[in-house]
Ligand binder design. Sequence first.
Ligand SMILES: Cc1ncc(C[n+]2csc(CCOP(=O)(O)OP(=O)(O)O)c2C)c(N)n1
Ligand SMILES: [Mg+2]
Length: 414
Amino acid sequence: MTNNPKLHIPQPAARPGEVPDFSYLDLSDAGAVFRPPTNARAAEIENLALEMVRVLDDDHVAQGPWNPDLDKDTLLEALRLMVLTRVYDDRMQRVQRQGKITFYMQALGEEAVSIGQGLAFEPGDMLFPAYRNQGLYIMRETGLVEMMCQCLSNSRDMCKGRQMPIFYQNKKKNLFTISGNLATQYPQAVGWAMGSAIKGEDHIAASWVGDGSTAEADFHYALTFAAVYNAPVVLNVINNQWAISTFQGFAGGERRPFAARGLGLGIPGIRVDGNDLLAVYATTRWAADRARQGGGPTLIELVTYRGGAHSTSDDPTRYRPKDEWEAFPLGDPVNRLKQHLIKLGHWSDEQQTKLEEELRNTVNEAWKEAVSFGTLTEPPFLDVELMFEDVFAEMPEHLKLQRNKLLDLRGEKS
Ligand SMILES: Cc1ncc(C[n+]2csc(CCOP(=O)(O)OP(=O)(O)O)c2C)c(N)n1
Ligand SMILES: [Mg+2]
């Protein structure tokens, strides 16, 4: 089939043992892309979907009209949150390897997406994250202990044992539950945004999917609804080059950028350097302002790289070169923000080492507290009776029978 003269079968640029090759990735220079006003007509700004908005240049200096001029404290807070996300991920990956949780997914290399975008929204904006957006839960102060207890499915699990590890939720902070069913959160976000507009509220919605998930029908339904009703929503595609073992070309990334998926519907697209916190913040803020002003949806493609395995059930050495991440031309988002802060005279390598150490301690303390609420093997355990609650307002007869059977087994009277 690979030799068929008519069909094009996408092939990744490099396989294990080969030299990484990112020549397919079109880059723009930092500062080179124009920044239109937020009320610009979609038809006039189509180039934003095809070029790449970048602010930090190769010398870590901020360039051009998209420079958001964030103050020192905000930049330092962004760095802290990105490092915290990385340290949390590292710890959770290791506890999975030790058999203490059943499953985990890292956001290694993608930290600027959640932190840069999260900073651009208001607390009342409703976010529908994907499974590599743990940074959004961290930055909206879900609490490390709460997040760890969810992964442990222990007695303090916010999902009461009903979700896989990492499918957090935080209703109070307007963070929807993460779903394993790819792209379902897109239509939900559009619907929520329409609801907000119907109620006359100022809040907007945002959602995230991966490059591979853009091939899901839900992605396209959501875009159509968002365009037709001009929903106040920011829709994001995290293009980390891979969908498990499938490279982004299989979802159509070779033809046109994912940011251009909405152009046919009249939805403006922005393709952005997803490892440049300043560019991520600036483009997201632009789209959020536009949506809040009644300008409707924007589709943002964040170009980044999945630095780790897809999940703890995956071995990427089977399908991509080991050193591909090191060769990725957009670098490491944490290092780039760190270097930028050093360049500004606000930071140093010593302070970075100290910060990493402090945050490792914070995460270690949180883990100690989390396991005190139970682990897979150590009590306290969740009460199994919980599985019968919260689903139906009035429990149906067949569930009552099952619950009574359980209580009988435990020697308790129903
Ligand atoms: C509807 C649906 N189809 C397939 C899967 C299996 N699956 C889980 S993750 C994944 C890859 C998704 O890749 P991408 O959208 O690029 O996100 P990334 O993991 O790279 O962040 C697939 C196919 C699923 N969970 N849901
Ligand atoms: Mg992907």
